[in-house]
Design a protein around this ligand. Sequence first.
Ligand SMILES: [Mn+2]
Length: 346
Amino acid sequence: MVRVKKQQNKIDSIVDFFKKKKSATVALYIHESPDIDAISSQFAFKYFLGKINPKLKVCAVKPHPIHPSVKAYSRKLDFNFDKLSKNPDIAVLLDASTMSLLPYPELEEIETKVIIDHHSGDDIKTDSSLSLIDTDAISCTEIVYNFFKKYEIAIPQNLAAAMAAGIIADSARFHVSTPDAFKAIAELQEISKKKYVDLIHLISSEPDLSRKIAQLKAAQRLKMYKVDDFLFATSYVGAFESNSASALVYLGADVSFVLSDNKDSFVVSSRASSAFISKTGLDLGKLMGTVGMKLGGTGGGHPGAAAFSFHDGGKEQQALQMCLDELLNFLKQRKIVKKEQTLHIH
Ligand SMILES: [Mn+2]
């Protein structure tokens, strides 16, 4: 709580500053390509300022570029960005304390800037009483939450869910967290009346329709091969070959190879389960590099995820067979399967 106490004076001076304004247009800016924390703190602070001083015109400035998953998140929560009709009097910079992350030309002309952030930055000139930077905070949303606490402003249910999501996202789902973040989350979750799994759903983006279709087609068209207790799968799709290859491993294949026809070239993407990799020492990056080269293409990647591309039309079926052969050879060389073993369609 010592850390939160450190924030208190700054919270007071920032709130005093806004309370005294008779009228003003306040624009809330967040960093380019914003994440969930940035969006959540923007909308939470907009709500807070509206409660503290209803005479203010508060605008959530639309960030750009905005990733489809973040767009989907703000849509789910019914967050709408505001258009600036004139240059604002005051800018609030949330989750972004360096100008390099703020590509908004009008910002240069706005003299009064308020900074609320958990990143360090020192290239923005502002009155120190209006700059609350706490680099120990896990998320910017958590700092905004402390404004609500200090001034006892009730947080609506929907906003509480968004604020919880902001903290969960920036804590990498609690891989990094602090007692303060946990306390904030506990209270926000309670207000939101949402299950933790629903808060997680809020920050996880749904794959789009074409990706889901590709993955299901890959499953529908798959050929399954068995040697000893290992199962390998091959399939083909029009696009999303890497997602499809992952989907097949998720379904139960130890290793999958999925081909796609990318108009002027072909791609084979491959995935292996982590259990299979640790059991066999397979490096798909090497394997796919080798097969790709044999087909006059190029390839590579990681032990569990790799791909190659080639141009030779008519060799699609052969490419998948070569992957399987190379994999079987590898297992034989390592004496994981016996020399006389063959792959058979299951
Ligand atoms: Mn952040």
